[in-house]
Design a protein around this ligand. Structure first.
Ligand SMILES: [Ca+2]
Ligand SMILES: [Ca+2]
Length: 305
């Protein structure tokens, strides 16, 4: 099941409707009114003997902007349902005025994006490039940095300039690999032959890497719009269809403007802060990327922010 993160979706099925109102009502009754200290606990509602829970994730879907789920949210949801004509698809992200109190109500799509909601522009094409990356900081702890806690099993996504809307052009997957932890000999070159073009890229110990993923090309020549990590929220992962929410952390690639062709390989290397384009078994382009944020001058990070 794929879903979008929406305020008011208390039963986590992607839509907001009367089922959520009932779920919320029963959880409030079972938990004794909700609010602080009531999250992540399974409450059994004595009337129907079913279990109700609001997790940290669903807590983010509260409706009134106070960070808590309580009776005020139930009233808000009830009024939105009445004003919108029952909620459901097509009713989100627009304001409805409730005729009884003449106040506006809205159910919003939230910033969190489900991994399964990322759509590929053209999943199948006879043209493609390959993308891989190395030496991404592993599990670093820098307060305020979105790279904090980036670890293995997070995703990678690539978007070309001509991808439309929210589509992406390439995604890591379970066969071609989510981020993996390199925990081995420091400074191991991608190719041990000193004359090989990949010899200059060296794996640092205790870093993350992404093996080549195929990125389908729509046109003969493409340019990359963005390269990003997808960091799953705590308790979420790509292989849990009900819990795969995360945040997108984008690399600063404004220096990188290369026309890519069919069968090119693109390698992003955090250790050299470069992005390499390989064509016909040679490096045809290497671009030094901006680090983020430059004024902080982190020792290892930060191509991604
Ligand atoms: Ca729902
Ligand atoms: Ca609230």
């Amino acid at each position: 099941m794929s879903f979008t993160n929406r305020s008011g979706d208390f039963n986590s099925d992607g839509n907001v409707n009367f089922i959520d109102l009932e779920y919320l009502s029963n959880w409030l009754a079972a938990s004794g009114g909700g609010g602080p200290g009531k999250y992540n606990i399974n409450y059994t509602y004595s009337v129907d003997n079913l279990k109700y829970i609001m997790t940290d994730e669903t807590k983010l879907r509260e409706l009134t902007g106070d960070g808590q789920i309580n009776f005020v949210d139930m009233e808000y949801l009830s009024n939105w349902l009445a004003a919108s004509g029952g909620g459901g698809p097509g009713k989100y992200d627009q304001e409805y005025i409730y005729s009884v109190d003449n106040i506006k109500y809205i159910v919003r799509t939230l910033a969190s994006i489900g991994w399964t909601d990322l759509n590929m522009q053209i999943p199948n094409s006879n043209k493609n490039i390959f993308f891989e990356m190395y030496n991404i900081p592993y599990n670093i702890q820098i307060p305020g940095s979105s790279m904090t806690d980036v670890s293995s099993n997070n995703g990678v996504l690539i978007t070309f300039e001509d991808a439309s809307g929210s589509n992406v052009s390439g995604l890591s997957n379970s066969t071609s690999g989510f981020l993996q932890h390199y925990d081995n000999v420091d400074d191991t070159p991608l190719n041990s032959n000193a004359n090989h073009y990949l010899n200059q890229i060296k794996l640092k110990n205790d870093t993350l890497y992404q093996l080549p993923i195929s990125v389908p090309l729509e046109n003969t020549i493409e340019m990359i719009k963005s390269i990003a990590l997808y960091k799953f929220k705590a308790g979420h992962s790509y292989n849990d269809v009900n819990n795969n929410l995360g945040n997108i952390i984008t690399a600063n690639t404004e220096n990188f403007a290369v026309n890519l062709q069919d069968k090119d390989s693109v390698i992003l290397d955090q250790a050299t802060y470069k992005i390499y384009v390989i064509r016909n078994n040679q490096i045809v382009q290497q671009t030094l990327l901006n680090r983020f944020p430059p004024e902080l001058n982190y020792p290892d990070a930060m191509l991604f922010t």
